[in-house]
Design a protein around this ligand. Structure first.
Ligand SMILES: C[S@@+](CC[C@H](N)C(=O)[O-])C[C@H]1O[C@@H](n2cnc3c(N)ncnc32)[C@H](O)[C@@H]1O
Length: 242
């Protein structure tokens, strides 16, 4: 069965992502934020999916909310974190009733923006949802990262009772990565096709600055030092001026 991205996947997503170091990423984001003067306040996890990076933020005592466009992913998130507010919205157009001191995003969520104009629209909406002095911190795959996502162009294995086989290709003409995600679960097989566009630090910086952000940095995990030009994934930090 062919499904829209992040629909059928929602129920098996956590099993497949079980080894991802979300706890460490949350601590890393807070470290970067505090080093830049963040003193707490409300945070928003955009593209939060099933809440894998919302949960550790909450555990670290942060007043965090989540936002995602996929109802299926959010259903799982809300089950895991019943007292957290989750908003079902597209981050290119979101309009929430509150403002935040920190907006963050992890695991490629912004690579789902397939046009630079969509990235800039997202940056503008994040900017509008930040209080003055607030920070936007996110990871993003670069061209180096998306060109050779996995060795041999595929990953496969078992996660709990789920068999998964994900096949990747990169189109040099369009600069789009395509992942065909096949899963076989106890309720049957399904395939979702996902596209990602790389954002290299110079382009991401330009788009963030066009949206009003300043002090834009491209950093490496876990050192927090400046990212090298051949980094596969970078962590961007941008500030809404005071
Ligand atoms: C790879 S998942 C990452 C989920 C979560 N951050 C994690 O690390 O587990 C990407 C998420 O981005 C969401 N997403 C993609 N495009 C979006 C958009 N335009 N607005 C809001 N969410 C979006 C998808 O629904 C999906 O849940």
């Amino acid at each position: 069965m062919a499904c829209a991205p992040f629909t059928a996947l929602a129920d098996v997503y956590d099993a497949i992502m079980a080894d991802v170091e979300y706890d460490d990423w949350a601590a890393f984001i807070l470290r970067l934020a505090r080093e830049r003067g963040w003193r707490g306040g409300a945070a928003l996890d955009v593209g939060c999916g099933t809440g894998n990076a919302t949960l550790p933020m909450r555990a670290l005592g942060v007043d965090v909310s989540g936002l995602d466009a996929s109802e299926a992913m959010l259903r799982v998130a809300q089950r895991k974190l019943p007292t957290v507010s989750f908003y079902c919205s597209d981050f290119r157009t979101m309009t929430l009733p509150r403002r935040f001191t920190l907006v963050y995003s992890v695991f490629d969520a912004l690579n789902n923006l397939l046009e630079p104009t969509d990235f800039e629209a997202t940056a503008r909406h994040v900017f509008d949802h930040l209080l003055p002095g607030g920070l936007f911190i996110f990871d993003v795959n670069t061209t180096v990262g998306l060109r050779d996502l996995w060795e041999g162009g595929r990953v496969e294995g078992w996660a709990d009772e789920v068999y998964y086989r994900w096949v990747h290709s990169f189109d040099e003409a369009t600069s789009l990565a395509r992942v065909e995600a096949f899963c076989e679960t106890e309720s049957g097989p399904f395939t979702e096709v996902h596209y990602e566009r790389p954002y290299d630090p110079p382009e991401a910086t330009r788009l963030l600055e066009a949206a009003g952000f300043t002090s834009v940095e491209a950093l490496t995990y876990p050192s927090g030092r400046s990212a090298s030009v051949d980094a596969a994934r970078v962590w961007m930090v941008a500030r809404r001026g005071a």
